[in-house]
Design a protein around this ligand. Structure first.
Ligand code: NAD
Ligand code: ZN
Length: 360
């Protein structure tokens, strides 16, 4: 038996207002006047001086706003890398991602591809990256995905939706400032927060579970219940706690795996462009059979926060479209093996998945 030897985020700072320490953290990383700090910032913050005025630009440093209607694509990463190569004579001193899971994943992927030859699609998979990335910092502005701790960056390529999983993917530095999440809209808060809840359920009920994943998963699970079902937290406490839940949920799956909801949600994302958080919610709502206790709690949370999920998402799909989703979902074998054990193929057939998708 050989155990996985995981890299982790090297440094992390947590606290309200810790974003103000960004300058002092990165100053020593500057390699020269021609090697800029590149800030990828969620475009929801465009014109939001409360945040952007606290980023101080020197020499050739640059803020690049990232639209978040769609999840990241491999060609988008290639384009961003090329833009930097053409504009600057030297490689950046640091890449800083400020935003949700989309922006964090873009920052990770660009920092990797700046030091690797070829295209981003060539590195979708496990441990294909051979060179260390450019120094990269992650600063989440919404809580739940765990992208701030994970060793992957999820990309949609020409052939598949699959992460660049590597030892060089995790951030060198993370800044966890819960204050940055204060303006997240309610629905989005729920969808992204539920990503964390689903990470816990899938990890804790999976066959890959071990003491390491369990300790993180249980902690995140308890915090999610407190945040989404409790009545005692102030808004600030709730923001602080959800940020910690996201971190712990991410740590839990780092050493185990996700499960049925993520496998099926990837199918929805690939074919229909349904985003990760809401896609997980749409799927998870129909998974009583696999996660009875988790789905019951999820439905309570949904009711408590008056969340109405889209319905009929798959009702007008042709058979060949359903087949595409089913194939994407089934290709994620480790997720099924975690969820249902080595003999998962006896339980999950294409017909079974079709019947489930048709309920959504
Ligand atoms: P997101 O990045 O899709 O952002 C959702 C919305 O919230 C966007 O409209 C964004 O502008 C907005 N937003 C973000 N911060 C805000 C703030 N402070 N105030 C107001 N609006 C704000 O959301 P997400 O759910 O965090 O990320 C989903 C992405 O993360 C997907 O691309 C998914 O594939 C990826 N993901 C990655 C990992 C990983 O380990 N790398 C894990 C899970 C999900
Ligand atoms: Zn997820």
């Amino acid at each position: 038996m050989s155990y996985k030897n995981f890299p982790m985020v090297s440094r992390v700072i947590f606290g309200r207002g810790s974003f103000n320490q960004l300058d002092e953290i990165i100053a020593p990383k500057r390699r020269g006047r021609e090697a800029p700090f590149i800030y990828y910032v969620d475009d929801v913050f465009k014109g939001n001086h409360w945040l952007t005025s606290r980023i101080s630009l020197s020499y050739k440093d640059k803020i690049i706003y990232i639209p978040t209607k769609e999840e990241p694509k491999t060609e988008q990463i290639d384009q961003l890398v090329e833009d930097l190569i053409l504009e600057f004579s030297e490689r950046p001193s640091a890449i800083i991602g400020i935003g949700g899971g989309i922006v964090l994943d873009i920052a990770k992927a660009v920092s990797l591809m700046l030091t690797s030859e070829g295209e981003a699609k060539d590195y979708q998979g496990w441990d294909l990256v051979k060179n260390p990335a450019i120094y990269h910092i992650g600063i989440p502005t919404i809580s739940g995905t765990g992208a701030e701790v994970s060793r992957t960056t999820i990309l949609t390529g020409p052939e598949r939706k699959l992460g660049i999983n590597s030892d060089y993917t995790p951030f060198d530095q993370v800044i966890l400032d819960p204050e940055l999440t204060k303006d997240v809209p309610k629905d989005q808060w729920f969808y992204t927060g539920m990503d964390c809840f689903v990470h816990c359920i899938e990890s804790l009920n999976g066959t890959f579970l071990n003491a390491f994943s369990k300790s993180y998963g249980e902690k995140a699970f308890d915090i999610c219940k407190e945040v989404f079902l409790g009545n005692d937290l102030s808004e600030k406490e709730s923001q602080d706690k959800l940020m910690m839940a996201s971190w712990h949920g991410g740590m839990s799956i780092a050493y185990s795996q996700v499960g049925v909801a993520h496998a099926m949600s990837y199918g929805l994302g690939y074919l229909l462009g349904v985003k990760h958080g809401i896609g997980n919610c749409i799927v998870f709502d129909h998974l009583e059979e696999f996660y009875p206790e988790g789905v019951k709690l999820f439905k309570e949370m949904k009711t408590k926060h008056n969340i109405i999920l889209p319905t009929g998402v798959c009702s007008n799909l042709e058979d060949d479209e359903l087949d595409i989703m089913i194939n994407v979902a089934l290709s994620l074998e480790p997720l099924w093996e975690n969820a249902l054990g080595k003999k998962w193929k006896a339980i999950i057939t294409p017909d079974k998945l079709k019947a489930l998708y048709q309920k959504m």
